[in-house]
Design a protein. Sequence first.
Length: 299
Amino acid sequence: MTVARPGLNRREGMLPGEACDGPTVARIRLGTRLRGLREEAKVSRDDASAAIRSSASKISRIELGRTTIKARDLTDLLRLYGADQAEHESLLALSRHGNASGWWQDYGDSVPGWLKPYLGMEQAATLIRSYDPQLVPGLLQTPEYARAVFSAPGGSSGKRAERQLAVRMRRQEILHRADPPSLWAVIDEAALRRPVGGAAIMRAQIEHLLEISRLRHVNIQVLPFRAGGHAAGGGPVILLRFAGDQLPDAVYLEQLAGAVYPSSPADLAYYWDILNHLATKADPPIASAMILDQIRREL
């Protein structure tokens, strides 16, 4: 198995603003370009914020794609940065796309605010790498397993849990579309031996993992107990990579009641290296399938 370095082997991608990217990635593309223009013009975040009667923290959020920008504010920034008319028109079109609503908006408060940026990026990623120490990754969960997760003590119930389940199942559609992302998941053996929902649900979940791992774009590795300790900590780690070379990777660290999106180049390189380390310690896919089959037979 070849483990690439950050920034290498990116697939050639679409032009900025193509509709299939979705609004979240459109905002990231816009923010990335605005940051480039600002730095080329040698304008500080404080000076940029003054131009749109705002704050330096808002400029940072715009450049990270975490918030939308009004057309008037975008025009003021582009004037400050000395952008030409062609760039102005292109970025205005990109901002209109970034202001659109994603499909997850239809599910109301069942999708918390801290999750929405991730959903948008997941839809546009060409590579999804993950490590899960406690649960089967959401993109690989069966409906019964996911329902058991959502309805566990401290979780949701009733209609809210069903809406959350619907969101999770809709997310999985990306694995079956004509141009699916490559999914590279490392799952801790502890997550596979934890009988979420009971033995029957867990057995069906393991069978699903065995079946979906046969897809060419899905790579599942099991990190066995015998691999010992590692530096990933106790929570899940997801890294997304996008087509082309205009967008940086994105890291998503989900917590009990929120999420963190580390974004500095050092952070991105760190988590890429962590995932490489875990993939090296985990069993290769064929041996991982044997572990999955063994666990299924023991349930």
